[in-house]
Design a protein around this ligand. Structure first.
Ligand SMILES: Cc1cc2nc3c(=O)[nH]c(=O)nc-3n(C[C@H](O)[C@H](O)[C@H](O)COP(=O)(O)O)c2cc1C
Length: 169
């Protein structure tokens, strides 16, 4: 099983990127978590660009999603919503449908359990618009239960991806 890890934060020292590295280290045998760093390369979504052919970064993004069994998105909240870079990346696959019925685990690495919830709510709304199957959606706060909560999300994501694979026609 191949899970594509997407970080909603573009900063090098991102707590969400650290969460994804931790998840990659936790992945059980037979499950590969591949980090995808290409959303920073995507142009701002504009249907006019698509009309003259998808830019290479866009084609690569679409191919990476299509080649994965599931996604794991860890994203900060910016201005009570999801980061623009992540929303832009999702906008590029609305028309082409790579996220349709795709199992997508979502979380936010936060300093406390109260933070990040509006960002996750917005992210879930956007993923709902592209008919993704969302798993999780709770922030994971740093602290003693961090690894346990992350392992639970990863386990639920793997289970949902396996169930999705067996229920496909
Ligand atoms: C421009 C900006 C806006 C932010 N807006 C929010 C917000 O609305 N709500 C919130 O809980 N945190 C907000 N934060 C805090 C980030 O979500 C927090 O710093 C997060 O850990 C960043 O993730 P990262 O470490 O993966 O880059 C904001 C941070 C920045 C830089």
């Amino acid at each position: 099983m191949r899970i594509l890890g997407i970080c909603g934060s573009l900063q090098a020292r991102s707590s969400n990127l650290t969460l994804l590295h931790t998840a990659r280290a936790m992945a059980p045998e037979g499950v590969e978590l591949v980090l995808y760093d290409g959303i920073r390369e995507l142009p701002l979504f504009n249907p006019d660009i698509e009309a003259s052919g998808a830019p290479p970064a866009v084609s690569e993004w679409r191919r990476a999603i299509a080649a994965s069994d599931a996604l794991l998105i860890a994203s900060p909240e910016y201005g009570h919503s999801l980061p623009g870079a992540l929303k832009n990346a999702i906008d590029w696959v609305i028309g082409t449908g790579e996220l349709e019925r795709k199992v997508v685990g979502v979380t936010a690495a936060t300093v406390s359990p109260e933070r990040g919830r509006l960002g996750l709510q917005a992210l879930r709304g956007t993923l709902g618009a592209v008919s993704a199957r969302v798993v999780g959606g709770e922030p994971i706060a740093r602290g003693p239960s961090f690894e346990r909560e992350l392992a639970a999300l990863l386990g639920a994501l793997i289970d949902a991806a396996r169930a999705g694979a067996t229920s496909e026609p």
